[in-house]
Write a protein that binds this ligand. Structure first.
Ligand code: SAH
Length: 462
């Protein structure tokens, strides 16, 4: 049977898609329904109908799934931040583990997968150390802050996000009161006019240091000394800055930082490694789970102190510095120059002298190093004991994978934020002399559909 727009149907949700939407079938017709979870019996209105599948809107729950929980946040459905807050945490973990497993089977062609149980969070809320609140106006023209609705830039007014820390709300109250009192105009993306664009807040979970950065379409805001004075009274306040962003695109931060009060950075730790974090630095948003993820990477790397290790896509050197204590030498490669500056400074700050960093594309730096080594050593090949990769979602370039194989490391540790490209890359490595030994998913972003995975591959003995 075919269905059309505005039809109302009753459907049992039997699966969940990549983006956390429920999936059900009626007489073979597939329906994707946002805000439903596996096990729901739902009344659904079809909002878009294709020949064999369609998209539906949840009208009412006829029988809620046993795995459904009440959302903690009243904006869970409208806000773009969380996708699966209404699914019990236990089932969220199951969903993520299955997602990785499915990709490894379907895309990677693996049959026997050495999967270890997913690492969940102790508390699946309040884990984010960074929040960026956009500033705008509501229909009545009042200045507001909150979060973007999914896929749009309309702001859902909300100062209390349950993924972040509680102090965010108090900070926003002070900033918004100030903006109202002095009639500070929010920035308008359409016209490019207005002053206040975003409030960026960072919190060091271990140090309890707080950073507030006001992103401004200009260099000043009215009575900023008064605002800074109020914010400075919050215990732990360490850094209050303005980020100058007069550009018309939708990139959140500009390049220039002006200090209003205190330092222009905060510090925090991952394991025993100390990091300086400025408003512009990349830093993992869930340090507790990052520590677990990199702890596994370290375990998988199997270091004894004599190894040469490459850490490709190293960012600010988090993994490199985490591994340096157990390796002979670590070489980090990263495309963003500012991140490499941070990595070098972080190495020095921590008294780590066996970590070396290169700016460039991993798929260019490593092959170039390999070729140069061969030329300078009479045809001898460059060797690494362990290669760690932590690429962005698009995964590794094949040129890079090829060079990795040429370098014949005993072990490859693959850290991934996208299990589809992970599966593709593992397939290549396993067709070229490597064996998949261990796989483990780690939940860094509860309530969302994202999942991190760490894998160990070892070289097959010839
Ligand atoms: N391991 C890092 C983060 C990895 S995120 C940490 O814990 O901090 C992926 C990183 O890859 C980003 O820093 C991104 O800037 C970098 N990157 C993206 N494409 C790259 C490429 N082709 N070569 C090297 N680095 C790249």
């Amino acid at each position: 049977m075919e269905y059309k727009k505005n039809d109302i149907v009753i459907v049992k949700i039997e699966d969940m898609g990549q983006n956390g939407e429920g999936i059900g079938k009626i007489d073979g017709y597939i329906l994707f329904v946002k805000d439903t979870v596996i096990g729901d019996l739902a009344e659904v209105k079809i909002i878009k109908a294709k020949k064999n599948y369609g998209y539906g809107r949840l009208m009412s729950l006829i029988e809620p799934s046993a795995d459904r929980v009440a959302a903690v946040c009243p904006y869970a459905r409208s806000c773009g931040g969380c996708q699966i807050q209404e699914l019990s945490y236990e089932k969220q973990l199951e969903f993520k583990q299955n997602k990785v497993l499915n990709h490894l089977q379907r895309i990677g062609g693996f049959t026997e997968i050495p999967m270890e149980p997913i690492v969940g969070m102790e508390n699946p809320f309040g884990y984010r150390n960074k929040a960026q609140f956009p500033i705008g106006k509501n229909r009545e023209g009042k200045i507001i802050t909150g979060f973007y609705a999914g896929r749009t830039h309309s702001i859902i007014e909300n100062r209390r996000c349950y993924l972040g820390v509680e102090i965010n709300e108090q900070i926003l109250n002070i900033v918004m009161d100030h903006a109202e009192r002095y009639r500070i105009e929010p920035y308008d993306e359409e016209t490019g006019k207005g002053l206040l664009r975003h409030v960026l807040i960072r919190y060091g979970f271990k140090t309890k240091e707080i950073m507030v950065c006001l992103v401004v379409n200009g260099r000043k805001i009215p009575y900023s000394d008064k605002l800074a004075g109020k914010l400075a009274q919050i215990p732990g306040m360490t850094s209050i800055t303005i980020n100058v962003n007069t550009r018309r695109d939708n990139v959140i931060l500009g390049d220039e930082i002006l200090t209003l009060w205190g330092q222009d950075y905060i510090t925090d730790y991952i394991g025993n490694v100390k990091f300086q974090i400025s408003p512009l630095s990349f830093y993992q948003v869930n340090p507790a789970q990052t520590e677990k993820l990199y702890g596994l990477a370290l375990e998988y790397a199997g270091l004894t102190g004599n190894e040469t290790v490459w850490d490709l896509y190293c960012g600010i050197g988090t993994i490199s510095l985490f591994l340096a204590g157990k390796a002979k030498e670590v070489y980090g490669v990263e495309i963003v120059p500012a991140a490499i500056e941070d990595a070098k400074r972080n190495a020095a700050e921590n008294g780590i002298y066996n970590a070396h960093f290169y700016v460039g594309k991993a798929e260019e730096v490593l092959p170039a190093y390999y070729d140069k080594y061969e030329k300078e050593h009479n045809g001898e090949r460059a060797h690494a004991d362990v290669i760690v990769v932590d690429p962005p979602r698009k995964g590794c370039d094949e040129t890079l994978l090829k060079t990795m194989v040429d370098m014949q490391p005993d072990r490859i540790v693959y850290v991934s934020c996208d299990s589809a490209t992970l599966a593709r890359d593992l397939k290549y490595l396993c067709e070229n002399g490597y064996e998949l030994r261990r796989v483990r998913a780690v939940d860094q972003f509860s309530q969302t559909v994202h999942v991190e995975t760490v894998c160990l591959l070892s070289r097959k003995s010839q």
